[in-house]
Design a protein. Structure first.
Lengths: 275, 77, 179, 377, 275, 377, 77, 179
């Protein structure tokens, strides 16, 4: 029996998330990945922005920082550069990391700073009651797209890659063992890694799109199961076939110089920065 | 941080011990839905999961894996 | 005459809608002054949730309830949390299927098996809030039957009018058993 | 059937409907509690009425988009709360200097930073005046009822369009979320002001030419082919560093507002004439204060309430007049003393009694009355 | 002789740019492309942010808008959505569009809104005196990287593609005829188009990197000439060979629904939005 | 050779060197005129001294990065000008409520919006106090010489670290860009305060526990494993909506500063004792005012200058004392009347004479003297 | 917008007329450097381009194309 | 004694550095009070650019120049723009190779062929600012030769010391021709 409690602030449970919310599933995945990495809790800083997902840091027994909406990566960049010996993990909703936080997202990718970002992508602004986000599927009804969303959505992995991230993976809150593995690989990766966890928010999103996702929270999870295809399988599929699919797997993994190491080299070139 | 103890309900099956923490269970039914052996069900009034067919449990761990609330645990025998 | 009313229950039970209907009935169909407000934030999502209505013949200046005259409690949690706000001499209606409160001299407790009755009559609990509201109105006489029905109809999504009027009747009948 | 012109709705909805009434054709926003209902209504209303709703990527983009839309001629608006309002500050200044009419609603909530997202507060009163860098004009309106959320939003658009300047509406969680009955006015019933445009199909060589103390008559984008910038500029709209022009324009964008105070000033004076205990309050705190006034009058205390509806520019003469007669100025507010600083500026003799509540709860008449009880009256 | 004057506010000339600054070369390219498109000047809105490049709107006789640093695309989005019949062009420096303006950049790409963005990429913050930008080459000395830039830089085209732009091209201020053509294609494209104009700023950047770019402004232009390779040619080159190359050409060109058209369809579904 | 401890340098450079002296180990910034020299110095200094410099993608990221860095224990700073300062407002509030020490330099320039990027102004004085949403504390320092740009930056770090709060330094284009001789103090010569940390290697259950009126003793990230949030929180650092706690904490983050005013208050009173014409001015305007005082004294006019060096909290008692004796309070400032509002608050009887210059030019003694000439003295 | 007339210096070659607007020329030498025929040079004192070998001009238009300042124009004959 | 000095020329001519050197000489090597300031913005990039120094025995309160005592003009544009700021009885040094100003009673005009002399002696104009500064100091005697040389050395990049000292000498000699 895996002992979550040593990673948890047990007295803060139950968490605030709705029954069945995927955020809890991914949280457990993250804990298992950190356990596997064997990191010392004192040396971990977990940073988030604002949103349902961003409440996560309150529950885990690391150094935790709940910042402002969209700004987690900016704070995290300061932390990592100031104290590179810390393991810095960022957890963030799709709205937090890709709407208001989009600029910090692409620049963290570009810098290739050794931070692991887990994007809790439920395709909606959960916390504020279900307005469409930059990852909401076109056509979906939300609080601010009552007639169906007319905007296209980001492919998070493509965006991360295009911006320069060196490790990109996508899992789902249904395919938990795989997700464990992607997060673990992300933690181990030297450089900026993005793990997108495809999730669902029935409370604010599924409820308004029962025709598509099914009548309950459980159907939404099954929708995930039925629409996930591995990157290997996806390679053989047409763009049309992939239209409503969630392509999972490690989508990008390259080796590039890491930012804080490069900076340390500069310091070292002056003899380690005597005062 | 201080630890908090949660009350636990234990179910012993052939292959496992299954633990539920009722104070944490939100009755979301995720574990129930994805249990391959229909071991679990919901106690309506309390909105808490119960293992009324623990005998069928194969200790696959899917319930624990997907429970979003740290409310259900499987220990293989 | 200023009356403060609080509806309380758990997140998904529709107490907010009930309060809006009551406010609508008073404000639009009886030409009284009414102010409705509700709880937002984490509490509104799970746990105890509440919605208040103030009904008055005069314009309502301060819009928040302070001394509740009439309360409805659909869950025990809600009762535990909000009953202290009920004023001396006030009245609380509880769903006796789920809630228990000790008898007291301070206020009047009215008990009705709202859930079981609703379930018995409708086979589901979807309209529990309307049944409760209707019973509540029958007990408190805060608005007329007619105004209540108009407000319920105004709030009912298309196609659910009959079902909701049925709920109104169930609540009313249930409350009449008290007499 | 009830009269269909009456509705029992939330303050935020009334605000959105007021905007629609005023002819708002463009809404750009980013969701934030407790203002989301405004955006949600707009997302439904606009496409059905040929207008545009867009959810931008953040609050900076939101205000940027509405300034852009306004320059094409559309009446435009955004709605937010404290954190988003802070992010909008830079571009609020842009709208001031480029003289672009927009309406910005800030439904105030608790705490600095994320604070208490679902609790009421009145702690952005001075931010509304001083939040952006550089000297700039501000018109800020603070409604205190669902009805005013409607009517004052109409007025906000009128002032924005007339003066070519951003107008801020400060709601708060209480006023924004509570429901009251309001009458929806018929079209034409409330005055709706549209921006005046140059004749000649907008073609003009000096679009920013204007008398001192007067708003510009900037044409919309189109045939005019004007240039608009956030740099200090001259009559042609092009950048200048000429000290005379810079000074005149920096002053004019403020003085145009002070010049027609009669159009802007709005306040409610409840039993102020003979008030010895004069309350100064806005928004939901003013409702509590008004109740306190009744209670005190009932006890024979000469109490009164001065409620600026247009908070900025502050109706200082009127306030000073009543204040001069009062023994006490009592300032109940859901912050640590913001209106108080205004009271201090415009009262020379009177004792000022601050009542401050910053616990996330509404400020009620009881708190006010017990504070007043301690006074020597 | 091409008559620029009908597109210019002649009385504003000479412009403020330094002698030889590429911004002037690209400005002329833009004018020729607009002329070729045959657009009515009254129906063009040209929007910029803040920076040397962003001073451009002052010189051309369209409806012009000089916004705040980084925000040009936000304003432009409002303009285009409010009045879709206008042709909206955004000109913006690399700092303006990719540093502070990065979020608006990726979201404009995502929405596929019919705006043409010309990114004046001189790889530096020119206006403020030559601090490194998100496109400054690693190793270059700048006012804020006195020991050589330790940060990786964006590949603007990859970023745009990853974010969802439907037309992406890159030219240089040396290869002017090609640039004319890319800009023209961008203007004609229905959807969001990004044209990156690789440029050089000798005043604030070249001067500090004479070893690399040569002793003068002219050498910097030649450096461009010598390092530009067409996308066709680049296809056959290794990553190493491409390290310091500027790959030019139309790099991405696909057809996707355009945002304001989609929105108009929604309006039309209600009968065109009767009041 | 000149004494090597003297340098003839720009104000901005002195500010950066002051930060280095105070032990600043992290600078995160985004370039903007007229503050870039600070970042440029830091980009050279930090890596040579084991510290960190990073140019972030914008000003929001800049202040975010320094808050993050500060939480690890590094003394951290950013520098900007008006437009960037506006963008930083949201996170300034974060640093207030989470009690994170940082130093933010705003070298003021002309105009609202982009305005006049290379011209001086003093128009962010009130923004520094009220710019972010929600009630929050502010310590703001306004140096008026190259020397003070150094020494006051050291003091800014001291106050930030001691009070665990952001400290703002308002420079202006004149002070930032002019060169004067300053003496660079020896290490140890000026007091340098480091944040106090809990014993016990930082492990503590209630990191935000603090007496009323006192700063917290928050451990740095590391063994402490604390939780830091921008929501209202209790002693443990975790969110709470408990009205008692919320009120106490909202008040404490301000009152901690008012409680030890002796550490914070700093002003210069030039010939104020018998002053009948009392100037109230800061920064470069105060230099002009000081010259005006000399000239007026030369003519037998009893003039004096009250110059707050710590502008916020305003040294109100001291000012009020001198103001009470004066016939006129003359407030020369390079804005449309910001210090004036403060003068109004803290003077009950005296006539206030504003002198405002917003043309992008420096405010000089002549302007002041000619305004004073019109007075009845 | 009102038009402003710029003073022009015209050079007539075999294949072209070359026009320089001295008030606009910043002497950046871009046209000079990339003229394939060495037609142009810089007049040092005024820092303005002059066509001292107009006879060699082939009217290729490169000077006009790259001039950042609207200062030089080529008209083919 | 407060003296206000303005150096003016075009963007790249180094008048700012010259002003800093003068300020340094006065402040660090003669223990006077000195304040230097310069123009930023578009003007600094092309067109006329200026840098001011105030030198005084007393602390300098107001740091901006208002009544220029001594001016240096290296271009005609600069002369046209800034000469009006020269006070009555002031002195202006112009580079007679490029600048011409009418004789007047208001102030003294000193003309020296700085550019041509510099070019003749050094074969390039890189040190024009130092030559000008040195001539200026020789004419105005604002600081001693020694202080000027120290300040020039302090400002000179490594390896250019001799070249700059040479420029100082050229300027000084040139100015001495006036006597
Ligand atoms: C500056 C600012 N703007 C807006 C908000 C309101 N807000 C809070 S959370 C949120 C979106 C949350 O969505 P996401 O990041 O996807 O997280 P989720 O709740 O879906 O897990 C928004 C818009 C805010 N807190 N601050
Ligand atoms: C909010 C804000 N931050 C910073 C600045 C300062 N600033 C002006 S232009 C600029 C960068 C310009 O670089 P780029 O966009 O590449 O244009 P270029 O000057 O190189 O053409 C900066 C940082 C500003 N004006 N506003
Ligand atoms: S609202 Fe959605 S995202 Fe938020 S906790 Fe509930 S299910 Fe999860
Ligand atoms: S372990 Fe597997 S079989 Fe047993 S209860 Fe859990 S899901 Fe069902
Ligand atoms: S998954 Fe967890 S919370 Fe949900 S019903 Fe099962 S045990 Fe309860
Ligand atoms: S500084 Fe650079 S980008 Fe700006 S005008 Fe000069 S050369 Fe062009
Ligand atoms: S047209 Fe060609 S050959 Fe003639 S001057 Fe221009 S560049 Fe030279
Ligand atoms: S390219 Fe243009 S500006 Fe440059 S020298 Fe030639 S004509 Fe003059
Ligand atoms: Mg989400
Ligand atoms: Mg650039």
């Amino acid at each position: 029996m895996f002992d979550y409690s040593q990673y948890l602030r047990n007295e803060k449970l139950p968490h605030i998330w709705c029954p069945g919310c995927g955020h809890g599933i991914v949280l457990k995945s993250l804990i298992r990945a950190v356990a596997k990495a064997g990191w010392n809790k004192d040396e971990i800083v977990l940073v988030s922005g604002i949103g349902c997902a961003s409440r996560l840091p309150g529950y885990v027994d690391f150094n935790t920082l709940h910042t402002a909406h969209g700004r987690a990566l900016a704070f995290a960049t300061g932390i990592k550069l100031a104290k590179p010996e810390m393991h810095v993990i960022v957890v963030s909703g799709d709205g937090d990391s890709l709407a208001i936080g989009g600029n910090h997202f692409i620049h963290a990718c570009r810098r290739n700073i050794d931070i692991t970002l887990i994007c809790f992508n439920n395709g909606i602004y959960g916390m504020t009651g279900g307005q469409y986000s930059p990852t909401t599927a076109s056509g979906d009804k939300t609080a601010t797209s009552p007639f169906g969303n007319v905007e296209p959505h980001f492919n998070v992995a493509e965006l991360a890659k295009g911006a320069g991230a060196t490790f990109v993976a996508r899992g789902t809150s249904y395919g938990v063992p795989q997700l464990d593995n992607y997060i673990y690989q992300g933690l181990m990766h030297k450089g900026f890694s993005v793990i997108e966890a495809a999730e669902a928010c029935f409370t604010t999103h599924g409820r308004k799109n029962r025709k598509k996702y099914g009548p309950s929270n459980l159907d939404m999870l099954k929708w995930q199961r039925d629409h996930a295809v591995s990157v290997e399988k996806a390679a053989g599929m047409s763009e049309e076939e992939l239209q409503d699919k969630i392509v999972t797997g490690v989508l990008h993994n390259v080796d590039k110089p890491e930012f804080t190491e490069q900076y340390q080299k500069l310091i070292d070139s002056f003899g380690g920065g005597a005062k | 941080m201080g630890k908090k103890e949660f009350q636990e309900t234990k179910y012993e099956g052939g292959k496992c011990v299954l633990t539920v923490r009722p104070a944490l269970c939100k009755g979301c039914e995720v574990c129930i839905e994805f249990c391959p052996k229909k071991v679990l069900s919901l106690e309506r009034k309390q909105q808490v999961v119960v293992a009324d067919h623990i005998e069928n449990c194969i200790a696959c761990g899917m319930c624990e894996l997907r429970c979003p609330d740290f409310a259900i645990y499987i220990e293989k025998k | 005459m200023r009356k403060e009313i609080r509806f309380s229950g758990s997140g998904g039970q529709g107490v907010i809608l009930a309060s809006v209907i009551l406010g609508t009935a008073a404000a639009l169909y009886e030409n009284k002054h009414a102010v409705q407000s509700q709880s937002y934030g984490p509490e509104a999502r799970g746990g105890a949730s509440k919605a208040d209505v103030i009904i008055s013949d005069e314009p309502v200046k301060y819009p928040k309830a302070r001394n509740i005259d009439f309360m409805l409690c659909l869950t025990q949690k809600a009762a535990d949390k909000y009953l202290p706000d009920l004023k001396e001499g006030g009245l609380v209606l509880i769903d006796s299927d789920y809630v228990d409160v000790p008898e007291t001299d301070k206020y009047k407790v009215v008990k009705l098996p709202i859930s079981s009755t609703t379930y018995d009559k409708q086979g589901k609990l979807i309209a529990l809030n309307i049944v409760s509201l209707s019973a509540f109105v029958e007990v408190t006489k805060l608005v007329s039957e007619d105004s209540l029905e108009k407000a319920v109809l105004q709030a009912a999504p298309k196609g659910t009018e009959d079902f909701n009027m049925d709920a109104v009747k169930i609540g009313r009948e249930l409350a009449k058993t008290l007499k | 059937m009830a009269n269909p012109k009456y509705e029992f709705i939330q303050g935020n909805l009334a605000c959105a409907k007021g905007a629609a009434y005023a002819g708002c054709k463009f809404f750009g926003g980013y969701p934030i509690t407790p203002s989301t209902e405004i955006a949600e209504f707009m997302s439904e209303y606009q496409p059905q009425h040929g207008g545009k709703f867009i959810q931008m990527e953040d609050e900076i983009a939101s205000i940027g988009s509405i300034i852009g839309a306004s320059l094409t001629g559309a009446k435009a608006m955004t709605a937010t709360s404290g954190p988003g309002f802070s992010l909008m500050q830079e571009l609020l200044g842009y709208a001031c200097i480029a003289e672009v009419p927009i309406v910005v609603v800030d439904v105030m909530r608790g705490g600095p930073s994320t604070g208490l997202p679902t609790s009421p507060a009145q702690s952005d009163l001075l931010q509304a005046k001083w939040g952006t860098h550089g000297d700039h004009p501000t018109i800020t309106i603070v409604p205190n009822s669902v009805e005013e959320m409607f009517t004052e939003t109409v007025r906000a658009f009128n002032l924005a369009e007339f003066f070519r300047t951003p107008v801020i509406i400060l709601g708060d969680e209480i006023i924004g979320h509570m429901r009251e009955k309001i009458r929806i006015p018929e079209p034409g019933e409330l005055e709706v002001i549209n921006r005046s445009l140059p004749n000649n199909d907008g073609v003009c060589k000096n679009p920013y030419a204007s008398d001192l103390n007067k708003p510009v008559c900037l044409p919309n984008f189109g045939k005019s082919r004007i240039h608009v910038t956030g740099l200090n500029h001259d009559d042609t709209g092009f950048p200048t560093m000429d000290p005379m022009i810079v000074a005149r324009e920096n002053e004019r964008i403020s003085s145009k507002i002070y010049h027609q105070r009669n159009m802007i000033d709005k306040f409610e004076a409840v039993q102020c004439e003979d008030a010895k205990v004069l309350f100064l309050a806005v928004g939901s705190a003013a409702r509590a204060a008004e109740e306190a006034v009744s209670v005190l009058r009932g006890k024979g205390v000469k109490a009164g309430l001065f409620r600026p509806i247009t908070l900025w520019p502050f109706p200082k003469e009127e306030f000073a007049k009543y204040a001069a007669n009062a023994d006490y100025i009592v300032v109940p507010e859901m912050n640590l003393g913001q209106l108080k600083t205004v009271a201090e500026r415009f009262t020379k003799r009177t004792k000022i009694v601050p009542i401050n509540l910053v616990n996330g709860e509404p400020l009620g008449p009881d708190t006010i009355l017990s504070a007043v009880n301690h006074l020597n009256i």
